[in-house]
Design a protein around this ligand. Structure first.
Ligand SMILES: [Zn+2]
Length: 291
């Protein structure tokens, strides 16, 4: 039973974490009766609270509940010393002549939303009844020396369901948005060293899927560049005839750009039949353009 309960409590606190952003150490706000009952049953309250919420805790007590301990008929100095080690939650009711009841004080501290994410450990059924109406308030109490965490209240369930639906919708939108940049990145990687300007363009062009094939078409002619490489050769050749010095530096980059064996083969074949001279080059390499 204990193992089962532990597992259930872990799941429960995990739900509070996911839906209401609860984080360790959990702030456990204990009321005076809870502290007294734990002592009465000789329970190690802090240790058992950790075990109940399945995590580290920060025990806290309100100023009003501290005063309840002082005002108790069977005032327990030892218990007061222990409670003094808990973090004091300033409820600002200390200026009142009498402390507020645990119900009034804790209701004020928790408010309508439990924005400080308190776990409420209370022996007062009315306190727990009120807290069940507020979404996201884990409730702990002691029953016959056993520390119990209540299952999620209906209000919390409703909130959680609403929250999950909202997250699910947001998740779908998020996936759509996230998918596009990822695909762009992949494409950018494939393009490798191709000019960064294209990538920037693709980002500007943005989301529509219609833009993707267009980009590919644009990139197609730029990639191989056969025409752009060969055409200048005619001009270079003609200019080379005029300026002999300029010719050699121009040819070297051409070889580097063509790279493959096909360029070398073409030259060899065409140089041999037509014989000597740089003048044959322009005509030989010009032929593929015309064809
Ligand atoms: Zn108070």
């Amino acid at each position: 039973m204990k193992l089962k309960r532990g597992k259930a409590y872990r799941k429960l606190m995990n739900q509070y974490q996911v839906t209401f952003n609860f984080r360790e150490p959990y702030q456990v706000l204990v009321d005076s009766q809870f502290v007294q009952d734990a002592a009465r049953f000789k329970m190690d309250m802090v240790h058992l609270l950790k075990r109940t919420v399945q995590g580290e805790i920060k025990p806290m007590i309100t100023q009003c509940d501290m005063r309840h301990l002082y005002n108790a008929e069977d005032k327990d100095e030892q218990l007061i010393l222990q409670a003094k080690t808990y973090e004091r939650r300033r409820c600002n009711h200390h200026e009142l002549g009498e402390p507020l009841s645990s119900l009034e004080c804790l209701s004020a501290v928790v408010g309508n939303t439990n924005k400080n994410r308190y776990v409420i450990a209370s022996q007062d059924p009315k306190v727990r009844e009120h807290m069940r109406t507020i979404p996201g308030v884990p409730l702990v109490y002691i029953n016959k020396s056993v520390m119990i965490m209540e299952p999620m209240a209906a209000s919390t369930h409703q909130h959680r369901d609403r929250d999950e639906r909202a997250k699910f919708k947001a998740g779908l939108k998020g996936r759509r948005l996230a998918a596009q940049p990822n695909q762009k990145r992949k494409r950018d990687d494939e393009e490798g060293d191709s000019a960064k300007g294209h990538n920037e363009d693709s980002i500007v062009e943005g989301a529509s899927r219609d833009a993707r094939p267009q980009k590919k078409h644009k990139k197609g002619p730029k990639g191989p560049n056969p025409l752009s490489i060969k055409k200048p050769k005619k001009r270079e050749a003609s200019s080379a005839a005029a300026h002999g010095d300029c010719y050699k530096p121009d040819t070297n980059p051409e070889v580097a750009q063509e790279g493959g064996d096909s360029g070398k083969r073409k030259r060899r074949r065409k140089h041999k039949p037509k014989g000597e001279g740089g003048e044959s080059r322009p005509t030989a390499e010009g032929e593929p353009d015309s064809s």
